[in-house]
Design a protein around this ligand. Structure first.
Ligand SMILES: NC(=O)c1ccc[n+]([C@@H]2O[C@H](COP(=O)([O-])OP(=O)(O)OC[C@H]3O[C@@H](n4cnc5c(N)ncnc54)[C@H](OP(=O)(O)O)[C@@H]3O)[C@@H](O)[C@H]2O)c1
Length: 260
């Protein structure tokens, strides 16, 4: 039987890179995408040296309009069918709201929400036509409450969670599973890019490694879980925000995201 194919966005670093290694280890052919072509080529070589799978490198900036459609069309033109889509690419902006540049916020919403929903839409319809498939959308425990100093990021992840849950409800009985992965603080380039390395959240021992997060996500996806929250501590945080008033949750977020 032909190997199945997994498309992973944001595969040049962090959790996405760990996903790429995991899926290759399980015998999946890969399509890996991100902006950094050099990194993607290095990862492709590393994986092909270890596993007998095909790896297609597809550099793309998901903050640009039409990026999702270009990915879909390019794969169609090469007769590559995607069996599993991992919508992992994403980034956060962290600062007092009035200091956040709105063009940067627009780019973040384009990557975290628009590109994710466009890729989901194109590939889910294709999967439905072909009889089934799986999608793993990466949200965050940020999805469970409002996040002062990261308002746009938290809200973007709430979108990912609610969007994916509803799609899973609609499409699972037709053969397309849409799971949501909600990691807590994870040691990757995310916090470097968002300039939040020295805040309490990343200093107080709450963190997990990208490899642990990807492994939990992979297992949850294969077990058919709808929402996958990584680690006991993060499950407590997510569950407590269901019962605690937003004002209280925001005070906790404010402390976790401060340097004191
Ligand atoms: N780290 C955490 O604490 C944490 C917690 C919860 C959720 N998450 C979520 O986990 C996912 C993966 O993040 P990570 O922690 O692994 O961060 P990371 O190490 O910074 O990796 C992010 C990936 O997204 C790609 N990306 C960023 N902007 C892009 C763009 N405009 N177009 C295409 N690709 C882009 C990056 O590649 P290029 O730079 O090469 O484009 C990189 O491969 C994100 O959705 C993030 O929100 C992270």
């Amino acid at each position: 039987m032909e190997n199945k194919t997994t498309l992973i966005t944001g595969a040049s670093a962090g959790i996405g890179y760990e996903f790429a290694k995991l899926f290759a280890n399980e015998g999946y052919n890969l399509v890996i995408t991100a902006r950094n072509e050099t990194k993607l080529n290095e990862i492709s070589n590393e994986i092909k040296n270890k596993h007998s799978v095909n790896v297609k490198v597809l550099p793309k900036d998901l903050s640009k309009q039409n990026a999702a459609e270009e990915i879909f069309n390019e794969l169609k033109s090469e007769n590559i069918d995607v069996d599993i889509l991992v919508n992992n690419a994403g980034f956060g902006l962290f600062d007092d709201y009035w200091n956040i540049d709105h063009q940067e916020e627009r780019d973040m919403l384009q990557v975290n929400i628009i590109a994710l929903s466009e890729l989901t839409n194109l590939f889910a319809k294709d999967m439905l036509n072909r009889g089934g498939g799986k999608i793993l959308n990466v949200a965050s425990i940020a999805a469970f409450q409002p996040g002062p100093t990261m308002a746009g990021y938290y809200a973007s992840k709430a979108f990912v969670l609610r969007y994916s849950q509803a799609l899973d409800f609609e499409m699972r009985r037709k053969g397309v599973q849409v799971s949501t992965l909600c990691p807590g603080p994870t040691l990757t380039e995310f916090q470097v890019r968002a300039k939040m390395e020295d805040i309490n959240l990343f200093k107080k021992g709450f963190t997990m490694s990208a490899a642990e997060v990807a492994k939990t996500g992979y297992r949850g996806l294969m077990k058919g879980k709808s929402v996958i929250i990584t680690g006991k501590m993060n499950r407590i945080v997510a569950n407590s925000s269901k019962v605690s008033p937003s004002k209280v949750s925001m005070k906790i977020v404010d402390w976790l995201q401060s340097k004191k």
